[in-house]
Design a protein around this ligand. Structure first.
Ligand code: UD1
Length: 365
């Protein structure tokens, strides 16, 4: 029985790796499930894709749809038409999508329309912010999903309140955290560590890539300046996403303590996070990783689809107004940041639970 596993963009790769590992283990023990790894090609640069496959031990995809970049509709449409051709020629028993990127929604719609059931990993999370393409991807995907694999009680509640039957909700934990816990002992010093003479606790990590924060050059420059001004002379290490690089190129003057580097591979990026004073970000996934590592995290967004990282973890929402950054930094320097704890089932075994659930779902159909 073939399970399609869809991976398209950088944050997907950490989420599929533990599912693949669990499927491989089961198969070696005589399990009936086999998989087809489908890379949509949404992210195609070595630094956004290939490095992650290599470091996380993900096998070569069986299929690469090579969809590449484009507008929201172009990218979604290309993935849909290419995945449809694949499914018509060679159907699978179930389509497993992860996260909230365009590839997630595109493949879910395509499979369901061909009568192939859809399982969504990281289902049910909601930011309520309709300006984010990811929120639309989440809501559309969940509206046609058959089996919901969830990371939190918040997600379970969201799904129940939308009328999803309990029997279709599988609270399995967090595959991104499976990957983090499996790799904590393998983290690798990046070259910037020596180049800048970085020390544990002696720098801040910044990541920004949301269209709302990076597409407008003036607003983006204001945020970066405010971060660099608030950190009391520490280096601000900033791995620059390709989308952000386009805006950064239009900024004439950069603060002296801003250290821009290329997108980092998984092991090097998390080495930087594990050893920093704090992370300032607009990513969702990073707020989960900082929570598990106990690293203070400031999120430059007004909402989060992962409220457990704020309620239980080390994350705080600062909004997108640059004036919020200095007071938060002052609190951090005064030692007033929460330590946080790990949310339920973020224990490194989500991949195993997902595969066990898939086995029982498919054996019953
Ligand atoms: C996508 C996801 C976002 C995720 C992010 C992580 C959607 C709607 N968004 O946003 O949820 O957090 O990935 O990175 O799916 N580009 C390259 N090389 C690449 C990939 C992209 O240069 O390998 C460029 C593209 O040409 C484009 C820009 O980066 O101009 C944005 O890429 P895209 O995949 O459209 O969305 P992201 O902003 O990366």
């Amino acid at each position: 029985m073939i399970v399609d596993l869809i991976a398209g963009a950088r944050p997907n790769f950490m989420k599929v790796a533990p599912i693949i590992r669990a499927l491989d283990v089961r198969r070696r023990g005589g399990g009936a499930l086999d998989y087809r790894l489908v890379h949509t090609g949404q992210h195609y640069d070595r630094k956004m894709s290939g490095d992650f496959f290599e470091q996380l031990g993900i096998p070569e995809p069986h299929v690469n749809l090579e969809a590449g970049s484009g507008t929201q509709a172009e990218q979604t449409g290309t993935i849909m038409s290419r995945y449809e051709k694949l499914l018509v020629a060679a159907p699978s028993e179930i389509c497993v999508v992860v996260g909230d990127v365009n590839s997630t929604m595109a493949c879910a719609i395509t499979a369901r329309k061909l009568g192939i059931p859809v399982a969504h990993v990281e289902a049910g999370i909601r930011s309520g912010d309709w300006s984010m393409p990811e929120e639309i991807n989440r809501v559309v995907t969940d509206s046609i999903t058959n089996y919901f694999f969830t990371t939190s009680e918040h997600a379970n509640r969201n799904l129940r309140s939308q009328g999803v039957d309990e029997s279709r909700i599988f609270f399995v934990g967090n595959t991104m955290i499976d990957t983090l816990l499996a790799n904590l002992d393998r983290l690798r010093e990046p070259s910037v560590w020596q180049d800048r003479g970085l020390r544990p606790g002696g720098y801040v990590v910044l990541t920004l890539h949301r269209p709302g924060n990076v597409d407008d050059a003036r607003a983006f420059a204001g945020l970066v300046q405010a971060v660099c001004d608030a950190v009391r002379g520490l280096d601000v290490v900033f791995p620059v996403h390709p989308r952000t690089a386009k805006t950064l190129a239009r900024i004439p003057r950069r603060p002296d303590n801003l250290v821009t580097i290329e997108p980092q591979p998984y092991l090097e990026f998390n080495y930087l996070v594990r050893n920093c004073k704090c992370v300032i970000t607009d990513s969702g996934g990073i707020t989960e990783e900082t929570t598990v590592m106990g690293i203070p995290c400031m999120t430059l967004r007004t909402s989060t689809e992962r409220p457990e990282t704020v309620e239980e973890g080390t994350n705080e929402l600062l909004g997108t107004d640059e004036t919020a950054i200095r007071p938060a930094m002052d609190r951090l320097f005064a030692g007033g940041w929460k330590a946080g704890r790990r949310p339920a089932l973020w224990d490194g075994r989500a991949g195993d639970r997902i595969v066990a659930a898939l086995e029982s779902i498919l054996s019953a159909t």
